[in-house]
Design a protein around this ligand. Structure first.
Ligand code: SF4
Length: 228
């Protein structure tokens, strides 16, 4: 018997969509390539916000109907409730947050609360820049337009693209639908990135890997907005 999930997505126009599936990672992909549902087709990317396990298809369909009829505030309550199983499955975590010395300066950026929290979770540590072929230590890089430039002015975009592709492959392989990523990084930043002038100025934007995961529907958080 397959496992079924009822899920809620936040669409690009900030509306919520409820569905059910027995293959959540494939379903997220379908939604975000416009083949998931008529409603989400013109509202990509949509991001996973809520996941609830149910035993079979018939229960999934019933639960989906119940959630669909809830008012917006009740859906938001559900997303913030203990029944949200988004954080119970495998979670990709930026390796530097867990103490891996993979940052450009050869250091880690570990957070004791993340290491403590991760001890009883199903964590997949991942560093897109290392997976993309960059050495440690390396020169710092920032996103400038569509490219990534290091502090010597060299274009290192291809490594960042490879790292982002590797992250998607890992998520597909492992069935990962949630990621906790390091804030402000040109790979992992989910909400802000440096502005490309190497002057420590942050601007709204996403790193290459965070953007790719998010466009795939994977829920991405950083250490400042993850609900520990
Ligand atoms: S690419 Fe991500 S995981 Fe790797 S060092 Fe930078 S922030 Fe950390």
């Amino acid at each position: 018997m397959s496992d079924y999930y009822v899920y809620i997505l936040k669409c690009s126009d900030n509306t919520l969509y409820t569905g059910s599936t027995n293959n959540i990672s494939n379903r997220l992909l379908m939604h975000n390539i416009g083949k998931g549902a008529k409603y989400t087709r013109g509202r990509c990317p949509s991001i996973l916000m809520y996941l609830e396990h149910v035993e079979n298809r018939s229960l999934a369909v019933k639960r989906e109907e119940v959630i669909k009829k809830l008012k917006l505030d009740k859906k938001v309550e559900l997303i913030n409730s203990a029944t949200n199983e988004l954080f119970n499955g495998k979670i990709m975590v930026s390796a530097c947050l867990l103490g891996d010395s993979c940052r450009y300066d050869g250091k880690a950026r570990e957070y004791p609360n993340i290491i403590k929290w991760s001890s009883n979770k199903n964590i997949i540590p991942f560093c897109p820049e290392v997976e993309g072929g960059l050495l440690t230590p390396r020169l710092p890089s920032e996103i400038l337009g569509d490219n990534v430039i290091n502090s010597a002015g060299e274009d290192v975009t291809e490594y960042f693209l490879k790292g982002a592709e590797a992250a998607i492959e890992k998520c597909d392989e492992e069935g990962i639908v949630c990621a906790l990523l390091k804030a402000n990084s040109p790979s992992c930043g989910c909400r802000n990135i440096y502005d490309g002038t190497f002057s420590k100025k942050l601007v709204p934007g996403m790193g290459f890997t965070a953007k790719k995961l998010s466009n795939r529907g994977i829920a991405v958080f950083d250490e400042d907005n993850f609900p520990f």
